[in-house]
Design a protein around this ligand. Structure first.
Ligand code: PMP
Length: 442
């Protein structure tokens, strides 16, 4: 595509100047593959950006979107409604833990996070506890790019240089390779130590000042880090003990990633709110959501005037009928192909076995998996830290494989629809790429 002018689109999270030197353009996608403009197939082992959980190019979603566009492309969501949004909300909550029965739609994960913060503030205010304004987040956490979410970020690069809300404390991150290397599923060690600081934060700040805890059940952009055993249950208990709301940011872990519809179901822990986006409609039309307990909405409603909106917040495209129609079609596929649970069945097992068989590769210091998530961590050896990962990433691309480098951790989240043959192809391309980079193979 030599006719493309690369000057005008400032791409997100991209080294634009390097990109212009070596453009990477995809021109087509189908099933588990993206196709580059030179025709090379690239196995998409990241499901786009953790969002194309159904694979690419689902005809049913395309048809639903087209039909909705022609029937009712848009109507204002403020003071009005459309059937697809109501239907989608009703069906979504059927997949949530009991008690979570309300949906506030947004256009992205970042908006879902900032919306959840505002719901949390409103809830505390409505129950006469407006002093509860602080948040607790976690190192290595990623919560989107809006000002609220940026303030909660536990990834330093994403915060630096931006003025952020001051009222946030951080729990330690989940990475503990020394004790937990090569765990399958949840690692054994760390819950008590990692959560000791919860009580310390409460002691310093005061429970009467803390509004909510927000964490990813499994840290995603921080390097695919499952929580140690009982970590999430313990957080729930601590939040209950101190009257603090618990928000699970499930923008990555939602929609079958962990082997259940949501990580909340998978781990048997009901948060007060879940933020979701990405795979909500298979990564096709921008959409996010806050899924919340009925009881939280009720407190806000009870406090609000009966003649004004109960919550002064919302986006122009919230609950877009087109995005919701895509969501309904995506849910049909998730349900009929039983994709929400495939990560905890035979496919999840095959994925875990394939991943852990990579331990014979050179310089591998950890392999982690949960559901259809995976990570292989490398010792960067004599290279500067965080340069080996990008090298492997580039070589994988050259060999027709899209995975993600988080520093020297290679992170994977295949489409849930991936086949065993495609998992084998991933292993072959990944092994070959690693060996080439480390110059120990052809
Ligand atoms: N939360 C988490 C856990 C995420 O992984 C992301 C995106 N990677 C977001 C929030 C932000 O979502 P979006 O990019 O759709 O704004």
């Amino acid at each position: 595509m030599s006719d493309l002018n690369l000057e005008h689109w400032w791409q997100p999270f991209t080294n634009v100047r390097a990109f212009r030197e070596q453009p990477r353009i995809f021109s087509r996608a189908a099933g588990s593959f993206l196709y580059r403009d030179d025709g090379q197939d690239v196995l998409d082992i990241t499901a786009g950006l953790w969002c194309c959980n159904l694979g690419h190019g689902r005809r049913e979603i395309a048809d639903a979107v087209q039909q909705q566009l022609m029937e009712l492309d848009y109507a204002p969501p403020f003071q009005f409604g459309t059937a697809p949004a109501f239907r989608f909300a009703e069906r979504l909550v059927k997949h949530c833990p009991d008690g979570i029965g309300r949906v506030f739609f947004t256009n992205s994960g970042s908006e879902a996070v900032d919306t959840a913060l505002k719901i949390a503030y409103s809830y505390q205010h409505a129950r006469g506890k407006a002093e509860k304004r602080r948040f607790i987040s976690r190192q290595q956490g990623y919560h989107g790019v809006n000002v609220g979410g940026t303030s909660l970020q536990g990834l330093p690069n994403n915060r630096q240089g931006f003025p952020v809300l001051a009222e946030v404390d951080f729990l330690p991150g989940l990475l503990d390779i020394e004790r937990n290397a090569f765990s399958r599923g949840c690692p054994k060690f760390g819950t008590q130590e990692m959560l000791k600081s919860f009580e310390e934060i409460v002691a310093v700040r005061g429970a009467d000042k803390i509004c909510a805890v927000i964490i990813e059940p499994i840290s995603g952009a921080g390097g695919m880090l499952p929580p140690p055993i009982d970590y999430l249950k313990t957080i729930r208990e601590l939040c209950d003990k101190h009257d603090i709301l618990l928000i699970f940011d499930e923008v990555i872990t939602g929609f079958g990633r962990t082997g259940s519809a949501f990580a909340a179901n998978e781990f048997g822990v009901t948060p007060d709110m879940i933020t979701a986006a990405k795979a909500i409609n298979g990564g096709t039309v921008p959409m996010g959501a806050v899924l919340l307990k009925d009881s939280i909405q009720q407190v806000i409603f009870d406090h609000a005037s009966t003649s004004a909106p109960e919550f002064f917040h919302g986006n122009t495209y919230a609950g877009s009928p087109v995005a919701a129609a895509a969501g309904l079609a995506a849910l049909d596929i998730y349900e009929s192909e039983q994709l929400f649970t495939c990560g905890s069945g035979a496919k999840g097992q095959y994925w875990a076995d394939t991943l852990h068989a990579m331990s014979d590769l050179p310089q591998v210091i950890d392999i982690r998996n949960y559901g259809l998530l995976g990570a292989v961590s490398f010792d960067h050896a004599e290279l500067p830290e965080k340069t080996l990962g990008p090298k492997i990433h580039q070589r994988c691309l050259d060999n027709g494989l899209l995975c993600r480098a988080v520093g020297d951790h290679m992170v994977m989240s295949p489409p849930l629809s991936i086949t065993e043959q495609e998992i084998d192809l991933f292993a072959e391309r990944f092994r070959r790429s690693v060996k080439q980079v480390l110059a120990t193979g052809p």
